[in-house]
Design a protein around this ligand. Structure first.
Ligand SMILES: [Zn+2]
Length: 168
């Protein structure tokens, strides 16, 4: 039986495409709640665009808001492969999205279940329903692979004659 890809599967496809571009592999999609239609999909473009705010979630939200000519998107759910950072969490609150589904938890950079826990602030006027840990393992493996490749001591580049060239 053929199963259609879920929104999270599509977010992972964006994350994997970001990986290939050398971006931190995070992908996001926005779905229309009523119709289930996919409205936007995006991966991180921070390096490519030299834009520190070009996170997958920001790009997907911007695309939908522009297409709907509406700054608020209460009829939308957002799926992202990693717990959103505080900037993206704030953007989701401003956009009034209905639900946030995310993959891996991010104790270092997350702003929803970690760090500032933005949706719990009294100054946060809208908090989406949050579902964390969706395909968490898949997201964590992808991120680990990415950061392992970026470590200076990985692979043949850092090894000469079987020895590490690092002087530690
Ligand atoms: Zn972010």
């Amino acid at each position: 039986m053929f199963l259609a890809p879920t929104p999270m599967d599509l977010a992972f496809a964006e994350a994997e495409a970001a990986f290939i571009r050398g971006e931190v592999p995070v992908g996001a999609v926005v779905v229309d709640v009523e119709s289930g239609r996919l409205l936007a999909r995006a991966g991180n473009c921070v390096r490519e665009w030299s834009d520190p705010t070009a996170h997958a979630e920001m790009l997907a939200l911007r695309t939908v808001a522009a297409a709907q000519a509406a700054p608020r998107l209460p009829g939308c759910d957002l799926y992202v492969t990693l717990e959103p950072c505080p900037m993206c969490a704030a953007a989701m609150a401003l956009a009034r999205i209905r639900r946030l589904y995310f993959g891996a938890y991010d104790p270092k950079g997350g702003g929803v279940e970690h760090g500032p826990r933005l949706f719990t602030w009294p100054t946060c006027h809208h908090w989406p329903e949050v579902y964390g840990g969706v395909q968490e393992r898949r997201a964590a493996i992808l991120l680990r692979r990415f950061f392992a490749l970026r470590r200076p001591d990985h692979g043949a580049m850092s090894r000469v004659g079987g020895r590490s060239i690092r002087s530690t």
